[in-house]
Design a protein around this ligand. Structure first.
Ligand code: GDP
Length: 365
């Protein structure tokens, strides 16, 4: 699963990317590795996994990971090939969800491409490029379906649907806000490679003062929230600069520094966790002396397919899953106590896995 950081130039994308990179490096349990200068693997922080590690003292600790890409260089006109437009749009095509960084900090030293801070305008600039690119795709698809409809009437519905979506986009809306009228329509659209349909979190990049000073009175932040609400998207306040400063500090200094600013925690962990859930992902956990590990699955995955994540043989020979929820295990203190209380459940092939399930799969070889 891939997550892309997008935004206009000078909004703090690289600062955020680097903060996440280096924050990972500072914690041995949650490694981060940079694959290319702008691509890295991020560990998904998970307190449940930490607790299991305390319980089992495992030889190996493996958190869930997602791939993070810093997609720089998206500017006005990208969809018409401005800058390195096409390359960046194709980078966005490859990601599953987007963190859209929005500049909400004022700093005379750091040039804004449009001369002033304007979160709504900035978001719309980026979104419009994605929308233009989607309209091009739709036009081609409509032509093709219209031709096909001459021979086969079943394509008429597709032509009508795509036309309706195109009008919606031409009004400046992102495809993610389009409401389908049936499952059939949803299935047609799911097959289209639309950029503006990708799930998004708006990361409002605030100044250090504003970040620590309460968000209700912050007009820039409120502007982002209003826009996100219309789209049904999430907003996450961050301060990329602050996160960058935190990276080099000892845990104690970090706590003190955050407390001075009236903050409880760094916002990176929250952002990563929110992105994970935005991608529709959950984790099930396996725990033992050799390894404590989180396994990433899509929400709604059934037990045999979840087992297949560990090894395809587990799926093929699936017999049952022995499952206990994290909370039940913690309440009992040990696996033996949980078993005695009958809290370890036997689940069959139709069991839908839940986030935080601790599992042992039984299978035939
Ligand atoms: P990008 O072009 O979006 O990747 O932006 P960068 O991450 O390179 O940031 C551009 C400049 O803005 C750098 O000089 C950063 O140090 C600065 N910057 C990033 N975030 C903040 C912030 O929250 N506050 C302030 N004052 N400066 C920031």
């Amino acid at each position: 699963m891939k997550l892309g950081i997008v935004g206009l130039p000078n909004v703090g994308k690289s600062t955020l990317f680097n903060a996440i990179t280096n924050a990972g490096a500072g914690s041995a349990n949650y490694p981060f590795c940079t694959i290319e200068p702008n691509v890295g693997m991020v560990s998904v922080p998970d307190k449940r996994l930490d607790k299991l590690a305390e319980m089992y003292e495992p030889e190996k600790f493996t958190p869930a990971t997602i791939e993070l890409v810093d997609i720089a260089g998206l500017v006005k006109g990208a969809s018409k090939g401005e800058g390195l437009g096409n390359k960046f749009l194709s980078n966005i095509r490859e990601v599953d969800a987007i963190i859209h960084v929005v500049r909400c900090f004022e700093d005379g030293e750091i040039v804004h491409v449009d001369g002033s801070i304007g979160p709504k305008r900035d978001i719309e600039t980026i979104n419009l490029e994605l929308i233009f690119s989607d309209i091009d795709i739709l036009e081609r698809r409509i032509d093709r379906s219209a031709k096909a409809a001459k021979g086969d009437k079943k394509f008429l519905q597709e032509v009508e649907l795509l036309g309706r979506l195109k009008t919606f986009l031409e009004e400046g809306n992102s495809a993610r806000g389009f409401v389908c009228e049936s499952d059939e329509e949803r299935a047609i659209l799911a097959g289209l490679p639309l950029l503006s349909a990708k799930p998004v979190i708006y990361a409002a990049n605030l100044s250090e003062q504003d970040f620590g000073g309460g968000l209700d009175g912050n007009l820039f932040y409120q502007e982002v929230c209003a826009l996100a609400q219309d789209e049904g998207a999430q907003v996450m306040p961050i301060c990329a600069k602050l996160e960058e400063e935190l990276v080099d500090m000892s845990p104690e200094d970090k706590m003190l520094f955050l407390q001075e600013l009236g903050l409880q925690e760094s916002s990176l962990d929250r952002l990563i966790r929110a992105s994970y859930s935005l991608l529709g992902l959950i984790s099930y956990l396996t725990a033992g002396k050799p390894e404590v590990r989180a396994w990433t699955i899509k929400k709604g995955t059934k037990a045999p397919q979840a087992a297949g994540k560990i090894h395809s043989d587990f799926e093929k020979g699936f017999i049952r899953a022995e499952v206990i929820s994290f909370d039940d295990l913690m309440a009992c203190g040990t696996m033996a106590a949980a078993k005695e209380k009958g809290l370890l459940r036997l689940e069959g092939k139709d069991y839908v896995m839940q986030d935080g399930d601790i599992v042992l799969f039984r299978f035939n070889v």
